[in-house]
Each structure stands twice: as structure tokens, then as C-alpha cells.
Design a protein around this ligand. Structure first.
Ligand SMILES: [Zn+2]
Length: 367
């Protein structure tokens, strides 16, 4: 059999394209791999046999349980096509089911084959594999996901000092380095249940996420081994737990889920803050306008949030620590500072001092 090659605009060596271009390309590609077959214009049993052998070979390189099989016909009459549908397409599907023990499906399948008679190619579309779990982040220099330069869209320019992106490392990238090879994939895209700012640590049980592995040649991997490898290689930077395979449907569930969160904050004030005013356990109804630092990117709305102060620890006249339980989507740094009156009330307005959140950690993401 001729070798398998990356298809749909991805020529050999083109993986050296800068990363964002590569991402866009494989996300929009209809088929990902292809291999050639011989076709002299005659539809006979030898042809069907030959194509079946190719698919049989492919099934050793590509792990799948379910499949679809389409045909891009050469120039033939409709009558001929309906005859060929039966002798080629149906015959192939039946043999893949009975001899390779794979299941044909009309819904989302692991792989889709396209027998393209014009190009004499068997084209293959690989559905992503999804792995869910939770991650912790122990560094204030690691972002959650890749943060590409918005000036050059990743190709490198003066603005990003030719790196194409702003963060040097991301949780997405570190998990990808370990996880992608396990599935013999090409790229990992991370979906998080919300995100923390780069300078915020993610502690406790971690934040739920789903890793989407694109172009996986393998669909089943020992997720415990992946977990152990990530946790031993990156132990000072990140860790993961509770990894398991999941489905595309779980991604929207993850995105729609709302979580209360517990934060730990280190706060400074411009004068002694009246910490007596902070009542432990009391629910504070907060009205929060979109923070100034993100108002360019998000709609400027009033949002109602609830914050409960769980713990206050005075360090000295101008420094203290807080533990806060907040409803979904609360901007915690702004709840502390008050964001020039855009968040009411705030730790500043309650304590009568101008307070600034210097360090913030997510301690818990509650179910
Ligand atoms: Zn740039």
C-alpha cells in the first residue's frame, strides 16, 4: 500500500507552518489523511478487492470502531451509478463490517472514508478524541490556553517579538505535549470550565477541562499513564487528575456548567482597612459592571453576583488575606478594588480603604 499522507492542503513538511495557521487548517479540513489506489477506469471485483485491502491495512494504522463510507464517483451515468453503489459502496461497507468487525453508523463516526475516483485517493476524516479531567496550575507565568498575538495571528511580528504568542507556556500546551503522542494525534485544544487569569493559581481539586485531540490515529489510551506522566514531568507547574475519555456532547455541558468558586486573596490597602466591617459568612449582593480591563472585549452590563467572606486574616496595618466564596463569573480582583466604583459594594467600599488584590488563587471549584 502507498503511504498515508496528510491531506487537504497539508503537504508533507507543512506542519512546520506556524501553529495558528496549522490549527485553522486542520480545523477546517474536510479530510485529514489520504492514500492512493490504482484505478484504470474499470469497475470490477479486483478494484473492490483492492480498495478493501487498503482499508484493511488502514485499520491497522488507524484505531476506530465506527465508520462512514462515501464515494466520489467519476463521470458515470445515473443508471451506472446506482449499479455501482451496490457493487462497490455497499459491498465495501459489508466487508468492513463483517471482516474488520467495525460498525457502520449514520451518526458521528470515529472515521469517515471517502473513495475518490477522480483523484484515485482513499481520503480519511478522523473525529477528535475527547478526554476530560481537572487541572491545577502552580505558576503565575503559565496561561490556561495558548494566547496568540492578535496583530500577526501567530506568524510573528515586532509586537510579539516574533514569537507569535504572548504566553511562553500554557496548561494547554503542557498537557498537549504529553497527551497528543498517546493518541498519535496532531494537536490538542483545551476547553475549560471557565478560566483563571495567567497570574492566578489554580489549586485544590483543580478546574474541570476537556482536551480535544485532533487527528488521532489511536482512540484508546491508558489515561492513568497520561496522568502519571504529566504529573511527574510538570510537577512544579501543573498537575491533572480524574482523566477519562468522554464525548463531544460533554464539551457543551462543560461550557454551560456554572460553578461557585472559593478564592484566596492577598490584599494591600493604602491606609489601615477597617477589617471589623467584613462579616464572616454573610451573603453580600454585588452589582458588578464589566471591569475596565475587559470592557473592550465584553458587553458592558450590570451583573448581579453573590460573595460570601469565609475568612479574614490580618497580616499588618496595610496587608491582609481573604477567603471568598463567589458565584459564577464574579470578577474577584474588581470585587476587592471596587474598580473605580464599577463594582458595588467592594472590599474597598466596605473597609473604607483603597484595597488592591496583589495575589489571587482559586482554592476550589465547587460542583
Ligand atoms: Zn505578533
Amino acid at each position: 500500500m502507498k503511504p498515508l499522507f496528510l491531506y487537504d492542503g497539508l503537504k508533507k513538511g507543512e506542519e512546520l507552518l506556524h501553529e495558528l495557521q496549522f490549527r485553522d487548517r486542520i480545523k477546517s479540513a474536510e479530510y485529514h489523511y489520504a492514500t492512493e489506489f490504482e484505478f484504470d477506469g474499470f469497475f470490477d471485483e479486483a478494484l473492490t478487492e483492492n480498495i478493501f485491502k487498503i482499508i484493511k491495512q488502514l485499520s491497522k494504522q488507524i484505531e476506530f470502531e465506527t465508520f462512514k463510507l462515501g464515494i466520489s464517483w467519476p463521470d458515470v451515468s445515473d443508471a451506472e451509478k446506482s449499479h455501482l453503489k451496490f457493487s462497490v459502496q455497499t459491498a465495501l461497507m459489508k466487508r468492513i463490517e463483517s471482516e474488520l468487525k467495525k460498525k457502520m453508523t449514520l451518526t458521528i463516526s470515529d472515521v469517515e472514508f471517502l473513495i475518490n475516483f477522480q483523484q484515485k485517493l482513499v481520503c480519511i476524516r478522523l473525529r477528535p478524541v475527547y478526554v476530560r479531567g481537572r487541572y491545577c496550575k502552580y505558576s503565575r507565568e503559565i496561561a490556561q490556553t495558548e494566547f496568540f498575538c492578535n496583530k500577526c495571528r501567530g506568524s510573528g511580528c515586532w509586537y510579539c517579538q516574533n514569537t507569535g504568542h504572548f504566553s511562553t507556556e500554557s496548561v494547554e500546551q503542557l498537557i498537549g505535549k504529553v497527551m497528543v503522542p498517546f493518541f498519535e494525534g496532531k494537536l490538542l485544544i483545551m476547553h475549560g470550565a471557565g478560566r483563571e487569569d495567567m497570574d492566578v493559581l489554580m489549586l485544590g481539586e483543580g478546574r474541570p477541562f476537556i482536551a480535544e485531540i485532533l487527528l488521532p490515529l489511536k482512540r484508546f489510551a491508558d489515561v492513568k499513564a497520561i496522568e502519571n506522566e504529566i504529573n511527574s514531568i510538570y510537577k512544579d507547574k501543573i498537575s491533572v487528575n480524574s482523566l477519562e475519555l468522554c464525548t463531544l456532547g460533554d464539551v457543551s455541558l462543560l461550557k454551560d456548567a456554572h460553578h461557585h468558586k472559593v478564592y484566596s486573596a492577598y490584599v494591600t490597602s493604602d491606609k489601615p482597612a477597617n477589617l471589623e466591617m467584613l462579616k464572616i459568612g454573610e451573603k453580600i449582593d454585588v452589582i458588578q459592571k464589566t471591569p475596565l480591563r475587559v470592557v473592550k472585549r465584553r458587553a458592558d452590563l450590570d451583573r448581579e453576583k453573590i460573595v460570601v467572606i469565609e475568612r479574614v486574616g490580618k497580616i499588618n496595618e496595610n496587608e491582609f488575606v481573604l477567603e471568598l466564596r463567589t458565584s459564577h463569573g464574579t470578577y474577584v480582583k474588581e470585587f476587592i478594588s471596587g474598580d473605580d466604583g464599577r463594582t458595588k459594594p467592594s472590599i474597598s467600599s466596605i473597609t473604607g480603604a483603597r484595597c488592591t488584590c496583589k495575589l489571587l488563587d482559586v482554592v476550589e471549584i465547587c460542583e
